[in-house]
Every structure is written in C-alpha cells, then in structure tokens.
Design a protein around this ligand. Structure first.
Ligand code: CTP
Length: 443
C-alpha cells in the first residue's frame, strides 16, 4: 500500500484545495492530511485564518477524500509523521516548490501544480474591510495601529486624540485626524477606545447607539451596572463590545489557564499577580491613566478567570504619594473566596517583581516578570525533577490576536472574546469600589 501525506491550513476550503487533495490521493492508496493548528499557523504569519481548527478539520473530512486527518502542531513534525506512519510520498502544491526537498531523505517528495486563480487569501480579501478608528491620548495607540497592519480585514482610517504630539508619523497620516469625537465617529465602523476610563461609559454608549463596534481598553467602565448596560445595548444593537486586555490573547497565558483548570496543580488556593511600571512624574500628571486603571484589569484577569468574581470579602490599600491628591501610585487588593485567596499589587509609582504565582495543593505555576507579556511559564512541584517548562510564541504582545478576535467577532456577529462578560463586569465593579473608597485604606 502506498501512503501519501499532505499538509495545509485549509481555511475557507475552496476548489484549489479539493483539486490538490484529489490528486494527492491519486498518487497512492491511502491519504493522510495534516491540518495546521491555529497556533502553529501564527508562527507562519497566517494570523488571519478565518476558521478555527475544528471547522477546518471538519471541512476536510466532509470532502471524503482523506483517509486520515492529523493536526500539525509543531515545527519539525513532518519528519516525525513520515517516519511514524511509514509514508511513501509527501506532496504539496507547487507554491512550495523546493521548500520540502529536505524530506527526500525520508520519502518521495512530489510538488503538484497549484490551481490558478484561487487562494484562501483572496477569498479572505473579498470580505469587507472594517474601517477602524482609534480614540485616546496615549502613545499605546501607535502599537495598536502597527498591530492592526497584520490583521486582514481591518484598516485604521481615523484617529481622535487631544495629544497628537505622542502619536507617531504613521498614525498622524491616517485619513481623519481630529479631536472632535462626533466628527470622528462618522467615519468608522469600529472603535478602539483608549480614552480615560471616566469617559468610557458616555463614549461607548454613543458609539454603540450608532450601530458601531467597540474594542475598549479595560476597564470598560468604572461601574458594574454601567458595564452590564453597555453589553446589553451592544446585544440589542447587534454590534460587538469587547474588553481589551492583551494578555488574554497570549497563547502561553491561555494554555496555563487550561492546565490549571485541568487540575495540573491540584486545587487552586492562591493567585497572586503583580504589575508595576514606574512612570516619570510629568507623565503621571498628564491626563494619562493612573496606575490602578492601567494595571488592575490585567492583574485581576488570572484571578477572575480562575476563581470567578464571587469573592466574599476584599480589602484595598492604596498609597497616595505626597502632593498627588486623589491619585494612588501603588495599590494592593486582597480577596477572600470560600476556598481560596488572591491578591494584586499594581502601580506606577512603586517598582516590584512583575510575577504571577498560582499556588495549588499539588504544585504551583510560576510566570516570571513581565508575566503579562508571557511566552513562558513553569509548573513546579515538591519534587523538582517533576517541574515542567512551557514556551509559546507571542507576537505583538497579544494585541494582534486580540484584533483578530475582534474582526472575527464582527464578521460572525457574535463575541469571540477571551474575556467573558462576568470578568469585564467584575473588573468594572472593583474599579467602582476603588473610586468610592469601599473597604479601602490610604497609606
Ligand atoms: N493549493 C493549491 N491550489 C490553490 C491553493 C492551494 O493547490 N489554488 C494547495 C497548496 O499548495 C497546499 C494546499 O492546497 O498544498 C493547502 O493550501 P493552503 O495554504 O491551506 O491554502 P492557500 O489557498 O494557499 O492559502 P493562503 O492563500 O492563505 O496561502
């Protein structure tokens, strides 16, 4: 029996794929099709793949051509697959001509002529482009613009800001640059909201009411009821409202949550997250976000994702530096749950080790600083020889994949967020406690 193997992404399966699969099958008696996993695909720069892995596998299965479907998950897997499955022929389309000659050591390599006039990229390009507007006064928007450049179906067309001086040349040269919110909103389909948190509620409400989508730098609001109201409004208007915390889109972070939820460290007893960055005083006095708003959503994310938002007690301690009225530059929040505790330390006037530690009854997870840009973590046990280390690629600090999730959500008309509404509302509620000074001590 002659065994043939071929690999591909098979996004939005088209007749070019089907013709390739048929000819691959005809080269032998048994065809194995390797479908590229989402994460592996990112490393090839194909971040705009539309369909999740399971949908792509299902589409290949439905053709009835493959005898076996496997998932391609890592670099170098092809050699393993060929040897393990006793494969006689490796084949792909002629767009890869020469690229897989190194496999000739293991089996025959055949390049089949690619079908002209069709590709997944073209099918994707025919989709409507979302006209994206950026709203806010922080230089972070430069990064958002740059990352948007990697995302198919999204084009930054407008900027609304009061601090043009912190925006880079590329951002300054988008079609519409204004400080007039009403003018700005007319020109876009979707907005990245990065204005001061106190302005979010009114701005988001207005944007949603106009039937436009919102990706908002967390916290969405400084009040839980308002947050729920906005999610409901988005639903009624049939538009997307998504919380933006880039860490939620880091593969390493997503994997570590899955492992912890899967019981890898036993029962979770404590989650402790620290995020700090020293800002120069001048910056702190500009209308930039204060430390608690800038960092608390990120620090709260692992806590609320793992333990939920149903804590029964909490205590806030905030440091007000001399001469900085009503502005905490360091805040510690402790939570008590029924069977666990948690804490965050955040701020922009005090420096600490930016690590994340999740303690469990069998072991603990350690994510070194800066854990919020995580591409690496360790699971550690009493017996050190059982310790495991995990690495995952992280491009664009997660912003890129956050934008991909946003565009997909707009196209599909349903949320594709890695942060569920309960977590977003929980974050807003905690900000409300901070603003009101509930259970809070000042030092
Ligand atoms: N293929 C082909 N003819 C096409 C498109 C793809 O023969 N018109 C082949 C590729 O050479 C590869 C397989 O189908 O062997 C899977 O290709 P994939 O990369 O998933 O699809 P593309 O349409 O090439 O995707 P993209 O546009 O994102 O590169």
């Amino acid at each position: 029996m002659t065994k043939v193997i071929t690999y591909g992404t098979y996004d939005l399966l088209h007749f070019g794929h089907i013709r390739l699969l048929k000819r691959a099958k005809a080269l032998g008696d048994y065809l194995i099709v390797g479908v590229t996993a989402d994460d592996f695909d990112k490393t090839r720069g194909k971040i705009n793949v539309q369909q999740p892995l399971m949908e792509r596998i299902e589409a290949v299965r439905e053709t009835g051509i493959a005898d076996e479907i496997i998932v391609e998950e890592y670099e170098g897997q092809k050699i393993d697959d060929i040897c393990r499955n006793d494969v006689d022929i490796f084949t792909v389309g002629s767009d890869w001509e020469g690229k897989f000659d190194y496999l000739k050591e293991y089996c025959e390599v055949v390049y089949l002529e690619r079908t002209d006039g069709i590709s997944s990229s073209e099918v994707r390009d025919k989709r409507r482009t979302v006209r994206f507007g950026l709203l806010g006064d922080d230089s972070l928007l430069n990064k958002v613009r740059m990352e948007a450049g990697f995302v198919n179906g999204l084009q930054v067309v407008a900027l609304c800001t009061n601090r043009i001086e912190v925006m880079g040349g590329e951002l300054r040269s988008v079609d519409i640059v204004t400080d007039d919110f009403d003018e700005f909103i007319k020109h876009v389909d979707a907005v990245y909201v990065q204005s001061l948190p106190a302005k979010h509620y009114d701005q988001i409400k207005k944007i949603l009411e106009m039937g436009k989508h919102v990706l908002c730098e967390s916290p969405i609001t400084l009040n839980q009821e308002q947050c729920r109201e906005l999610f409901l409004l988005a639903e009624n208007k049939g538009v997307i409202l998504m919380d933006a915390i880039k860490t939620a889109y880091s593969t390493a972070f997503a994997r570590l949550l899955l492992m912890v939820k899967g019981g890898e460290i036993g029962e979770v007893v404590s989650v402790d997250a620290t995020c700090t960055s020293l800002k120069i005083l001048e910056d702190r006095h500009q209308n930039v976000w204060e430390g608690i708003y800038g960092w608390a959503p990120t620090a709260l994310l692992p806590i609320f994702r793992l333990l939920g938002t149903d804590y029964h007690d909490f205590k806030i301690v905030s440091r007000y530096a001399d001469g900085e009225k009503n502005r905490g530059d360091f805040t510690k929040i402790d939570f008590i749950y029924n069977h666990a505790v948690a804490s965050i330390k955040v701020g922009d006037g005090v420096k600490s080790e930016g690590e994340l530690i999740i303690s469990g009854t069998k072991g603990y997870v350690y994510v070194p600083a800066p854990w919020w840009k995580t591409d690496y973590f360790e699971i550690r046990y009493e017996n050190q020889s059982d310790n495991k280390r995990y690495f995952y690629q992280l491009d664009g600090e997660g912003i890129r994949y956050e934008l991909v999730a946003f565009v997909r959500a707009i196209e599909r008309g349903r949320s594709m967020s890695n942060i569920d509404q309960e977590v977003s509302c929980g974050i807003s509620e905690m900000m409300d406690h901070y603003v009101r000074g509930t259970n809070m001590s000042i030092i």
